[in-house]
Design a protein around this ligand. Structure first.
Ligand SMILES: C[S@@+](CC[C@H](N)C(=O)[O-])C[C@H]1O[C@@H](n2cnc3c(N)ncnc32)[C@H](O)[C@@H]1O
Length: 285
């Protein structure tokens, strides 16, 4: 069926959505059943525009016929809106914790789940560098968008974004400048100093279907769960709980409307303003 275009409004029917997501699940094992249908439809419409398809059916055929195409589709579907030093209050609080004796283990393990193009990961690299924390740090940064992961690995961001990030950074450190962490290229791109993330492994990972087989002191999962329904969010909280070391921290996004879903037997609020929760280690999972 041709996509209906009415005053720039496009509509995907429930049947079209189901046939597309069933095909993707069968062919590629990617499960969309826990994504919120309205927002998923909006993002598929956006992908149809960008990838220049005239109908859901055309897209469906391409997804079934061309194995590698699913990654281009997923790049468009996943909304990677992010920024360096997003929510400065969080980074101020984290620096405070890093400067105290809060993290008592011999090293610090960190997971950036849904890291998008890596701005959060570079931010953490800068916060670590500007703190007095001196223990080894090992981190993993994952996302469902392979394209986003590649950008994160390269640490290259257009200068226009760098200007916005500089403003966020000043709220974190009014005496510093982000400029010392990147170099300009002629193409209007800022290249981050990748030494900031030399302790980080960037990997593809799907939070709905992927493994959770390591333990961390800090898990960031900010502004990712907004796409999931409540059942998926609850499952994810359990998996994060089991993936945290005793007293480990779960940091969620300012846009994640999940507070009523957080089990206070498992997580206590460490700092509500910066959305930091701490694993309640006395609870049995
Ligand atoms: C809005 S960005 C958030 C980036 C960063 N955490 C922040 O808050 O600035 C959401 C990211 O979640 C990723 N994402 C969506 N569904 C995912 C899934 N099932 N598994 C892993 N990542 C996913 C998207 O690809 C996107 O890069």
């Amino acid at each position: 069926m041709k996509i209906e275009t009415l005053n720039e409004v496009m509509i995907i029917s429930d049947e079209e959505l189901k046939s597309l997501t069933d095909a993707i699940q069968q062919r590629h094992g990617i499960d969309f059943s826990c994504y919120e249908p309205k927002s998923l439809k909006r993002r598929i419409i956006r992908a149809l525009h960008v990838l220049k398809f005239n109908s859901v059916h055309e897209l469906w055929v391409k997804i079934l016929k061309e194995h590698g195409f699913i990654y281009s589709f997923m790049d468009e579907i996943s909304v990677g809106l992010t920024a360096m030093f997003r929510d400065p209050i969080l980074w101020i609080k984290l620096k405070e914790l890093l400067n105290s004796d809060f993290f008592s283990s011999k090293d610090l393990t960190v997971w950036h789940a849904g890291c998008s193009t890596g701005e959060e990961v570079y931010t953490m690299g800068i916060v670590l560098k500007e703190s007095s924390f001196s223990k080894p740090v090992i981190a993993k940064a994952t996302d469902i968008s392979k394209n986003a992961i590649e950008i994160a690995r390269a640490g290259s961001y257009i200068n226009m974004k760098m200007d916005e990030y500089q403003q966020n950074y000043v709220s974190f450190n009014s005496r510093g400048t982000l400029r010392k962490y990147f170099s300009d290229t002629n193409a209007g791109i800022g290249m981050m100093d990748t030494k900031l993330v030399s302790h980080v492994t960037f990997e593809y990972h799907n939070l709905i279907t992927g493994d959770f087989n390591a333990r961390y002191d800090i898990i960031f999962c900010r502004n990712v769960m907004i796409y999931f329904d409540n059942g998926a969010k609850l499952k994810l909280f359990d998996k994060f709980y089991n993936s945290l070391n005793d007293n480990g921290l779960l940091i969620i996004g300012f846009y994640d409307a999940v507070l009523p879903l957080i089990d206070d037997k498992k997580f206590r609020v460490l700092d509500m303003d910066s959305k930091i929760f701490q694993k309640n280690s006395s609870s049995v999972s």
